[in-house]
Design a protein around this ligand. Structure first.
Ligand code: ADP
Length: 326
């Protein structure tokens, strides 16, 4: 293999991925994605197929069809290729409340079969330092906050310096301070490996990920960057105040080019409404506001697959590469 083709084949290459569960339930309906080093966000509502995709990439479940290559090697044919290079932070962890943080991590390292040159305890202490848990390592995990538990989980996931790190819904239930602490750690971890972050929280992706994909009903609806996603709907997002009857009229779908993205009851019967107006003028009283990634996500969610604007569906490869490099 030449140097340049080796370079080209670096990363994860997912082609035509299909997963049909007994039922049958089509959880993935032909997903294509190319993912390089750094943080990649996978956004979608519950039941979209995110965990299925993560589990196939982690080689924990076999796809019905399709291929997944890691740095050019087929992980479906040979799951060991992934299993020896993977760090995984699942949604739920089997925590033993009576163990100290350090003992819990030593146990997880034993289960993972990872050891350090100076032994498992020393490796556990090094990892605890990386996730800022040194001062809490002798406390029982039963008393840890949600954020501390997630950091302990992350310590086990990065043990052995994995090529691929998968984190599934990592910030659910964390308070804002813990969430931001966790963001910093994940960003550090993404410096020289592939990090796949699966979440339904748009802020996670907006904060962390230079690239993202949106999945719904097992179908990939967008493969883009936060900036391109916002640019695709720039000038089309409007905010205004309407009463309940006005909101009902807007939400009734009478207009095919105007969609309600969000509505908040502010007082009495007045609603603050955020609209996507694909074409034409906004309703009276509505003013243009800067588009956010959340707007772009909601537009993708509220629009039939074949009507999603092409620029939202897929970032142009050149622009995306330039943006990620910057
Ligand atoms: P997400 O992680 O986005 O919430 P999942 O990948 O868990 O989505 O699920 C995608 C779809 O596949 C859902 O309809 C879910 O009910 C279904 N599903 C997931 N796991 C199984 C399974 N083991 N057997 C049957 N259906 C499943």
């Amino acid at each position: 293999m030449s140097e340049s083709s080796r370079e080209l084949s670096r990363g994860l290459s997912i082609r035509g991925l299909v997963k049909i569960y007994p039922g049958p339930v089509a959880a993935l309906r032909g997903v294509d994605l190319s993912i390089s080093d750094g943080l990649f966000g996978l956004l979608g509502p519950n039941g979209a197929g995110k965990s299925t995709l993560m589990n196939v990439v982690a080689s924990l479940i076999e796809p019905t069809a399709g291929t997944v290559l890691l740095d050019g090697q087929d992980i479906v044919k040979d799951p060991r290729v992934m299993r020896t290079r993977l760090g995984y932070l699942p949604q739920d962890f089997g925590f033993h409340p009576d163990l100290t943080g350090r003992a819990m991590l030593e146990l997880l390292l034993t289960l993972k079969g990872v050891n350090g040159p100076k032994g498992r305890r020393s490796l556990a202490e090094e990892l605890l330092e990386r996730v800022n848990l040194t001062s809490a390592m002798k406390r029982k995990v039963g008393g840890y906050s949600g954020g501390m538990r997630q950091r302990l989980g992350l310590a086990q996931a990065i043990a052995g310096d994995p090529r691929v790190l998968i984190v599934d819904e990592p910030t659910a239930g964390l308070d804002p301070e813990e969430r931001h602490r966790f963001y910093r750690l994940i960003a550090e971890m993404g410096a020289k490996r592939i990090v796949l972050l699966s979440t339904h929280i748009v802020e996670d992706v907006a904060t962390l990920c230079p690239r993202l994909a949106v999945i719904r009903g097992g179908e990939l609806l967008a493969d883009t960057t936060p900036r391109q996603a916002r640019a695709a709907i720039d000038g089309q997002i409007f905010e205004g105040y309407v009463d309940d009857a006005g909101l009902a009229a807007l939400a009734s779908g009478a207009s095919t080019t105007t969609r309600v993205l969000a509505a908040v009851l502010v007082e009495g019967h007045t609603n603050r409404v955020r609209l996507h107006v694909r074409d034409g003028a906004p309703p009276p009283g509505f003013a243009e506001v800067p588009a956010t990634l959340e707007d772009a996500y909601l537009v993708v969610m509220r629009t039939p697959a074949d009507e999603i604007p092409a620029r939202l569906r897929k970032a142009s490869a050149d622009v995306a590469a330039a943006e990620v490099a910057a």
